[in-house]
Ligand binder design. Structure first.
Ligand code: XIL
Length: 373
């Protein structure tokens, strides 16, 4: 039996395929502009990919992704909990599929992520002693980074090592390996993956204190003579309080370090956060109807606010196009966004450029418009 949603997806895929063949640049009933083409002289445009998309089981996504994006980041399948299943056991199935998918479509892969305190392998949850953590750390980087060298374009080598005040997070890595674990991670990655770009990635590092911490960390890696090619500002922001000034300062200050600047997990939530404003996947809160106001539809005023925020953001990105190498959205359509379940499970959020039916939203056109200014 074919469900309505599935039928719609097939129908849309057909429309989009028809659209791809067209040469018109502007939107019409059966064709939409391409983000990657619009920004081809400025920076790469990416999306996070989930399992169904990697396996091309999502027909509308299978058409839309190669049409719109020239770089992808796996949303979960290259994280340690998926890829490193036991001390000496690895499961490379999905990562290999992603690499094959990307090669087939001429798309680059940003691999995410080698060293992160979240989504650690189950077997590591019991491990407390420093020697074992060191062994895991070495084996993980040496094995995983080496396997994909030359197959992926880049790695988020270390993810989220900092606290909001710019100090180092007291993660299992810091506690077992000491302050230098970030430098060590890059040193090992540089050896295991000499042909792969190496990045530091974190959220809220556009904010002054955390930004200063990130700059100090990057300088420390550089001072050790270890290669770091770029920094990823995750970009989990909100449509109603976009920190444009801090974003601009962070582009300037990170670029001054002589490295690539990227926006790596962009989404603009339209919902209020009940707790602190963070992208810490460990911090979630309970559901109430009051904090899920747009269950059936997004009011036009909020839709317009979202479009304006995206337009302002991309105007800024275009101003700094010589410093910015990539902008990646954290998901393809609103229905697939992690923000429907974070920081509260089961809400209806609208943070991306494509709606739940894969149709481009006003925010999509606001972004496209900035490319030709
Ligand atoms: C999120 C994924 O989107 C979810 O599917 C998963 O359940 C939790 O992780 N910062 C990161 C990403 O670096 O890896 C996180 O991705 C979002 C926050």
């Amino acid at each position: 039996m074919i469900t309505t949603a599935r039928f719609f997806s097939f129908a849309l895929a057909t429309i989009l395929v028809a659209g791809c063949a067209g040469t018109k640049k502007t939107s019409s009933a059966n064709t939409i502009p391409s983000l990657k083409d619009a920004f081809k002289d400025a920076f790469d445009i990416g999306t996070a990919m989930n399992n169904a998309q990697i396996e091309e089981r999502d027909p509308a996504a299978a058409v839309l992704i190669p049409q719109q994006f020239n770089v992808v980041t796996p949303e979960n399948i290259m994280k340690a909990e998926v890829i490193h299943t036991g001390w000496d056991q690895y499961n490379f199935d999905m990562a290999d599929k992603l690499v094959a998918y990307a090669a087939k479509h001429g798309i680059k892969v940003n691999a995410h992520t080698l060293i992160w305190h979240s989504q650690m392998p189950a077997f590591m949850r019991r491990v407390k002693d420093a020697d074992s953590v060191r062994q895991y750390f070495n084996n993980h980087i040496n094995t995983v980074a080496a396997r994909y060298d030359g197959k992926v374009y880049s790695w988020d080598v270390v993810n989220e090592a900092l606290n909001e005040d710019g100090t180092m997070r007291k993660s299992i890595f810091l506690q077992s390996l000491g302050d230098d674990f970030v430098v060590e991670a890059f040193r090992l990655a540089q050896k295991a993956a000499p042909n792969t770009k190496l990045y530091y990635n974190d959220y809220n590092i556009e904010q002054p204190k955390k930004r200063a911490g990130a700059i100090a960390l990057i300088k420390k890696i550089q001072a050790a003579g270890v290669r770091i090619d770029g920094v990823g500002i995750q970009g989990h922001w909100r449509s109603y309080d976009l920190p444009l000034e801090n974003i601009e300062k962070s582009i300037q200050e990170f670029a001054a370090l002589g490295i690539e600047v990227m926006f790596t997990e962009l989404d603009l939530s339209v919902l209020q956060n009940p707790g602190p404003v963070t992208a810490d996947v460990g911090q979630t809160t309970g559901y109430t109807d009051r904090i899920n106001p747009y269950k059936t539809a997004l009011p036009d005023s909020v839709q317009q606010q979202l479009a304006k925020a995206y337009g302002d953001l991309f105007s800024l990105f275009m101003k700094y196009k010589s410093n910015i190498t990539r902008v990646t959205f954290w998901g393809l359509n609103d229905g697939q966004s992690w923000l429907n379940n974070f920081p509260v499970r089961g809400r209806t959020n609208y943070p991306l450029l494509f709606d739940r039916q894969f149709a481009p939203k006003p925010a999509f056109y606001a972004v496209i418009k900035t490319a030709s200014k």
